[in-house]
Write a new protein. Sequence first.
Length: 265
Amino acid sequence: MFEMFEYDFMQRAFIAGIIIAILASISGTFIVLKRYSLIGETLAHSALLGVAIGLVAEYNPLWMAVIFALFSAWLIEYLRSAFSIYSDAILAILLSGSLALAIIIVSLGGAFNNSLFSYLFGSILSVRSEDIIVISIFGAISLVILLLFSKEFYFIAYDEEVAKTSGIKVNLLNFLLVSVVAVIIALSIRVVGSLLISALMIIPTISALQFRVGFLKTVIFSLIIALFSVMAGMTISFYFSLPSGATIVMCVLFIFIISLITNRR
């Protein structure tokens, strides 16, 4: 089993995968509680648009993904708060619009190659040492923000109106949360893929919620599920030559099914 760690690309992939599992599971808890699950998919498509522009214009795709994911996150939150548009409607519009623009740009630029394919579905082979450094730095910042404002984020997710009357700066914290989620998603698509990162962010939390054990234990369960799924998925993908992102998501789905069966009432 440990022979796969003889390869540098597997070492890098496991490091990146573990970091992403921690970030995705913790941030996903707040997203699910806010009933904002579709934002992961929307920001992933926005990040993919940034990747497409980066590949065509020959800019760094990872940085472009971060920029476009952040812009979309701020736009979503602005439209939701300023125009009272339903959240799911905003997400659906940006999701489809970002994907359509990405396809058009890639088609015009002829950039649909293996690089873009790896961003769509994830590729352990594409994770470089530079990516590990970027993921570690921004991941640490994101984790600190999530832990520092965890009580406020939970309060807002539970009831925004009550949080406002309690003096919490709801709008500012909402912008902060979606910004953190945008960065996490942009950093994650290299390993898991833009089409699959939302599953890693949402499904572990939904699985953990089935146990009905309170907020803190739900976060811990979600973290354990995400870590196990990433490590098991990468191991299986290595030995059976399967796509890493898709295999990780299948592991998460398998645990979700088990959680449903064991907690059926």
